[in-house]
Design a protein around this ligand. Structure first.
Ligand code: SF4
Ligand code: SF4
Length: 422
């Protein structure tokens, strides 16, 4: 098993990763950015320790000192037990939030190195069971929760009864292909209804697809490149076949980044369509005058704040657009920024697949407490987010800490609820 981990590490430490590992000065700045280390004080959770296995493999294989030490038996070879231990660290105590990389003065993309460790752990078969079950289900059925095309067809059809809109499915020649996250069909079916209302009001030419139905990408989460490519391929092929100009991702963060940023590299060509996220698409509909919103809807005396999702905001760069829309909806005076925001936003604690790992619960809740402290600091009544996974984590965390007077809302529902229909 360890051989497989080493194979992955060696393949990946040849170029880019090697230069990244060499550049680290061990300054420790990244540790102060990591929500799991900060909230638990566990030294195993520092970002740099999370890539220790990779560093060791690199030193043993590629540095003269490492080679000599290994030959003399001074270097400890990586064991199965090590790989198991690092699975607990890199999966259960890292949401791949990227804040460590954002603060590193040497520009080291430490979250991506952690992704390599995850890939090595997965190759050895030590991925946490909860995550592997989801990965297998998505491979087989198309969604991590096991929902196949029939379940999505029913969901799409239900919009007619709920909001009187016939959701277009697999319509060739539509401009925009909307791709959901499986979290919506399981936990927030109303997002479809809200989004359908907004898109129809905006006169958008759109379609859904029973093939490209889920932006979630368990291959990305567990570090299985083949699965990542297969899942991206389903969406890529469907978008090409339908001839759309744009893929619109709803409330998925990692899936959005995988589609927009990884897909061109993985398929080795520029995409024949654009990939966008509701966090920028909906504000643009407002900005372009395609939809009108009634701001008095949120004239409720409440204080609103915005939770920056690691993938959509920090990695995706979509920071101004949702804020502009939110301020338009609630008014400048009702909006307050959290202490850590935009590129420096704190992870909610539930990204990177942690919500599918029961053993990571304590870490998730510990990391969430940092977010809660910031929410309470600004006395917010409502936390708004553009990611469904974050919303679920925020709600769970609020429940865990018995906070009953803070609501969590998504931007889609807020825009839909304030729509002015002619
Ligand atoms: S902040 Fe960068 S240079 Fe400093 S320890 Fe972390 S990865 Fe290394
Ligand atoms: S990616 Fe985020 S959670 Fe993971 S080590 Fe870096 S700061 Fe910590």
């Amino acid at each position: 098993m360890t051989d497989k981990t080493m194979d992955v590490f060696i393949k990946k430490t040849g170029g880019w990763a090697a230069s990244q590992l060499e550049a680290c000065t061990r300054c420790g700045i990244c540790a102060e950015a990591c929500p799991y280390y900060l909230s638990t004080g566990n030294p195993d959770y520092t970002p740099i320790w999370k890539v220790e296995l990779l560093s060791r493999a690199y030193q043993q294989r590629y540095t003269l000192v490492g080679k000599v030490k290994t030959a003399l038996g001074f270097n400890k070879a990586i064991s199965d037990e090590d790989v198991r231990d690092w699975s607990l660290i890199d999966f259960n105590a890292c949401s791949m939030c990227g804040k460590c990389a954002a603060v590193c003065p040497m520009g080291i993309e430490i979250n991506k190195l952690i992704g390599t460790v995850r890939a090595g752990v997965t190759a050895a078969g030590y991925t946490p069971k909860g995550l592997m079950d989801k990965a297998k289900a998505q491979d087989e059925f198309g969604s991590p929760n096991g929902d196949g095309p029939e379940a999505y067809a029913d969901w799409f059809a239900s919009a007619e009864k709920e909001v009187g809109i016939k959701v277009p499915v697999d319509v060739k020649g539509a401009d925009v292909l909307v791709v959901f996250t499986s979290l919506e069909i399981t936990g927030k079916k109303s997002n479809l209804y809200s989004l359908a209302q907004v898109l129809e009001a905006g006169g958008v030419s759109w379609t859904t697809s029973l093939e490209a139905r889920d932006a979630f990408n368990m291959g990305t989460i567990v570090g299985n490149g083949k699965l990542q490519k297969k899942l991206l391929g389903r969406i890529y092929d469907a978008a090409k076949n339908l001839g759309v100009k744009k893929i619109l991702v709803t409330e998925c963060g990692h899936g959005f980044v995988a589609l927009r940023d990884n897909m061109p590299n993985i398929f080795g060509e520029a995409l024949p369509f654009e990939v966008t996220h509701i966090a920028e698409f909906l504000p643009k509909l407002i900005d372009d005058g395609k939809i009108k919103v009634d701001a008095s809807k949120y004239d409720d005396g409440k204080t609103y704040t915005f939770h920056d999702s690691c993938k959509i905001q920090r990695a995706g760069g979509i920071m101004d657009e949702p804020r502009t829309a939110l301020k338009l909806l609630v008014g400048d005076n009702s909006f307050k920024e959290l202490a850590s925001n935009r590129e420096e936003g704190l992870c909610c604690g539930g990204g990177g697949g942690l919500r599918a790992i029961p053993e990571a619960f304590d870490n998730r809740m510990a990391a969430f407490k940092l977010k809660l402290d910031e929410v309470e600091e600004v006395d917010a009544d409502v936390v708004v987010s553009t990611c469904n996974n974050c919303q679920l984590q925020l709600k769970e965390g609020l429940g865990f800490y018995n906070v009953e007077d803070v609501e969590v809302k998504g931007l889609i529902e807020m825009v839909a609820d304030a729509l002015v229909l002619n």
